[in-house]
Design a protein. Structure first.
Length: 121
């Protein structure tokens, strides 16, 4: 992670490292070693990368928090997250998470085949 990088624009070199030279060191980076069961929290704008070791399975849980207002407009869905909109996903979540999932899902707007309609239960 690069401490305080969420408070400024990325440099050209940082963008290059994130997009093309993914294993290059970034000036000011801090390596955080986590043991099984440990967690790290960061602002989503902070420069960060995970290191994958060859031939070692890496299981992670990622989460995000967003402030919700009832008058929020739907946002364009990040195509990497589109799988979470499938009807079967909700059924695999604990019932206590349904209210949060439903709220998130109602604020997603799909491109193309759904014509930008609100998706929700």
């Amino acid at each position: 992670m690069v401490p305080a990088s969420h408070k400024r624009y990325r440099t050209d070199y940082e963008r290059e490292c994130l997009l093309k030279t993914r294993h290059a060191d970034i000036p000011g980076q801090k390596v955080i070693y986590l043991k099984r069961g440990q967690t790290v929290f960061w602002n989503g704008y902070t420069l960060h990368r995970g290191v994958m070791k060859k031939n070692i399975e890496r299981l992670t849980i990622a989460s995000a928090w967003s402030k919700h207002n009832d008058d929020d407009e739907p946002k364009e869905v990040d195509q990497r997250l589109k799988w979470m909109l499938k009807d079967s996903v909700r059924d695999f979540l604990p019932e206590t998470m349904h209210v949060y999932y439903d709220r998130w899902r109602s604020l997603q707007k799909l491109r193309g085949e759904h014509g930008g309609r609100r998706q929700g239960r």
